[in-house]
Design a protein around this ligand. Structure first.
Ligand code: COS
Length: 393
């Protein structure tokens, strides 16, 4: 089943996107990886996506293409299309792609030329697997409440503490890690660090099993020494850097949810046309038509908010505007993930018993979509962000 591309005719997109979408849709439809072992499969996807040039959209090109990116800047619309198309086929392929972007996003935004040169080309080729370490056991939605501590030591820093729910934990080559550098300063006392997986005192061996398997782990830092060059971005500027990174990638989570919803809708249409009951096709019942109509509208509503958020960010970058797109990204993420959950649930219901049979596409989508309403800012966090923005407007 090939992912649809007709939406690329919308005015949000440029020629580069209209070329990218169908090319990726053709390629991914031919790719099959055994996903029974999520860690091995994720490594395989990163390698394959890297070998075929798709990870080049996770980083900017840099001067004379030195950073390895396909486009001059991180392009939100390209990220959305890539995630939407990959997630339509394999949510794990989408995950592998997305983490290369999220895990290296802070390097793109705030890395020194030396840091960018040392990491971004290898992220783009798939030689280095990236991870983003923000959450802690008691600091998820309240990211500013983190307690992982970075203290100044001879020649650099020492990190102590723990991070959890870290995607790619245990398979990543480096972790962009956020730690308190001024514990009494709240969100203004956090700094980002680039920490290689083989750093002394870093243990990433505690894996976390989840309902839709993907690599996830707890990280423990026990006296982990870092040299001064590991600091990423401004001292005490880490919280804003994390939020700016999320501003880019939240819209892409919406893209992934959209891809899953589009797949569920097509699965439902296919099933409704072929399933016979009471002497006619399931699709002949008005109840079925009403459901499909509702699903299609939910998908399109999500799509428009997602493309708007991505377009607004790209336009702002192009014009050199400093205006934030936080609220628009939050609306896209919240709406697309919530709508996708509903669409997938309706598609599953339409499949009857088959819908819950392990191995049916809608069954795995039902598990795959769930975490998207939680990670990179739960729906409730997005509501808060949007609400604050509305009050300030
Ligand atoms: N871009 C730039 N700066 C931002 C920003 C953004 N998107 N969002 C917030 N900031 C700045 C604010 O302007 C403020 O700056 P000043 O200190 O100069 O005033 C600072 O960051 C603190 O902002 P705020 O007061 O809104 O922070 P809160 O502690 O109230 O937290 C939420 C806000 C809840 C929105 C934030 O903690 C959040 O997004 N939490 C979810 C985290 C998340 O997504 N976790 C998942 C990790 S990845 S799986």
């Amino acid at each position: 089943m090939k992912s649809p591309t007709t939406h690329l005719g919308l005015p949000f997109f440029d020629a580069v996107h209209r070329e990218l979408g169908p090319r990726l849709a053709d390629w991914i439809a031919e790719q099959h990886i055994d996903e029974s072992d999520d860690r091995r499969a994720c490594r395989d996807w990163v390698r394959r996506l890297g070998d075929n040039g798709w990870l080049r959209y996770c980083v900017p090109a840099g001067k004379d293409g030195a950073l390895g990116g396909a486009l001059e800047r991180l392009d939100s619309r390209a990220l959305v299309i890539l995630r939407e198309t990959l997630a339509f086929h394999s949510p794990l392929a989408d995950f592998a792609f997305a983490m290369q972007g999220l895990g290296s996003g802070a390097i793109t935004l705030a890395g020194t030329p030396a840091q960018q040169a040392a990491y971004l080309p290898q992220v783009a080729s798939g030689e280095k697997i990236a991870a983003f370490a923000l959450s802690e056991a008691d600091a998820g939605s309240d990211a500013g409440a983190m307690t992982t501590r970075a203290t100044q030591a001879a020649g650099g820093w020492e990190i102590n503490g723990s991070k959890t729910w870290i995607s790619n934990g245990g398979i990543a080559d480096f972790y962009v890690t956020f730690a308190k550098t001024a514990p009494d300063a709240g969100t203004r006392g956090i700094t980002a660090f680039l920490i290689d997986a083989d750093a002394l005192g870093l243990d990433a061996s505690e894996h976390i099993a989840v309902m839709a398997p993907h690599p996830l782990a707890t990280l423990r830092f026990a006296g982990c020494p870092l040299d001064a060059g590991a600091q990423l971005g401004a001292l005490n500027g880490g919280f804003k850097l994390a939020m700016q990174t999320l501003d880019i990638f939240r819209a892409s989570v919406a893209g992934a949810a959209l891809g899953m919803a589009r797949r569920a809708l097509l699965e439902a249409v296919r099933h409704a046309k072929s399933r016979k009951m009471f002497g006619q096709a399931l699709a002949d019942f008005q109840l079925t038509q009403a459901k499909l109509g509702e699903m299609a509208a939910l998908v399109d509503a999500a799509a428009l908010l997602t493309y708007r958020a991505a377009w607004l960010r790209d336009e702002g970058e192009r014009l050199g505007s400093s205006a934030r797109v936080t609220a628009e990204a939050a609306m896209a993420k919240m709406t697309a993930t919530e709508n996708a959950q509903r669409v997938i649930d309706m598609a599953l219901q339409m499949h009857g018993g088959l819908g819950v049979k392990v191995g049916t596409k809608v069954e795995s989508l039902y598990r795959d979509i769930r975490s998207l309403r939680i990670y990179e800012g739960a729906t409730e966090v997005q509501q808060l962000i949007i609400g604050k923005a509305v009050l300030q407007s």
